[in-house]
Unconditional design. Sequence first.
Lengths: 222, 208
Amino acid sequence: MTALSALIRRDIRIALRVGGGALIGVLFFLTVVVLMPFAVGPDLALLSRLGPAILWLGALLASLLTLDRLFMADHEDGSLDLITMSRTPLELACAAKALAHWLAAGLPLIVATPVLGLLLNLDMVSTGAVALTLLAGTPALTFTGMIGAALAVTLHRGGLLMAVLVLPLSIPVLIFGVAASQAVIVGPMNFGAPFSILCALSLVSLVVGPFAAAASLRHGLD
Amino acid sequence: MSGLNQGKMQLSGRGVICVRGGREVFSGLDFEAVSGEAVAVTGRNGSGKTSLLRLIAGLLIPAGGTIALDGGEAEMTLPEQCHYLGHRDALKPALSVVENLSFWADFLGGERNDAAESLATVGLDHATDLPAGFLSAGQRRRLSLARLLTVRRPVWLLDEPTNALDVAGQDMFGGLMREHLARGGMIVAATHAPLGIDSRELRIGGMA
């Protein structure tokens, strides 16, 4: 347990230091969402109808932005060798790293959502709904993204490969995240069904992600 | 100290075959080391010295043969009882010297020594709060050595350990290795330069 909390604390600390990825994600999220009203134009009704989708897309891209470095940085400086050799199972170490990434890069996105909701003409209830769906859905993005990050290490390719691998996996999360938010804003569907599926997706990825990532890292040892 | 003195340990490899990128690096390699013994792995560049260390560390899978540790802690695998000091030093430039060291001490777990004491031994006690990104190559190597001292492991796998160390640093490191051997540890080191301690030589890949 000390080992895992040490790993989580280290990763969060690195992310929050100068040059870490935590702030970059939030700034990217802000930029993308702020640009939208300019692109769509001053149609308030249209903006609030597109709002949840824009926020979800922004959060999806922002959380992918720093995810490819999740294992790559540790691979490059040799830390991954020591993590693989250690007495902590690699699956748990992967889960701890993903959790740290979500705390440092995912949680700030959710905190920023209410501010951005104003720009998209969303009222309090709708913004709250979007923030709630992001809270339930972003862990799924991080934990499935982790599989792509591990494959990027194995295949010695970063960046774009990661996006190509991970974006298709995040389609279900996107669908149900936006559907649950829309249910609150325009109806007539109820909020519960898509939201439950969203939570289920997160729970499944919490289990599958660490095992798949650890298997990929082990397979790619060299 | 008790962790290391649980009787005689023996590290042995039988008929180890290493294949990398489809090319056979070495084959039929036998080696052994017992408690208190250092093995210096020598050979020309590309003969597989680093590969051998990584095979022992479990970071490569042997294409054939076996590597085993007898007499260690029964419930742990060989890599879990090893320290691996490679070319890459596993330090995060954004974290300070003491943060780097205490992270590895917490993460690797097991029996440990005081981190501040280890830093003093390797001569980095004046720089504990400096971010590791500002360290010189020799200082980074010293910080990696402090990891070996802070967390106790019976087997040290060292890849060119004296690289970047100055003369005083090499003397200091020689002393550390002798202490480790005296406690019943063992060392497998890939090296070109003399290690500075009594060691058995293991030459791989034919004549150098």
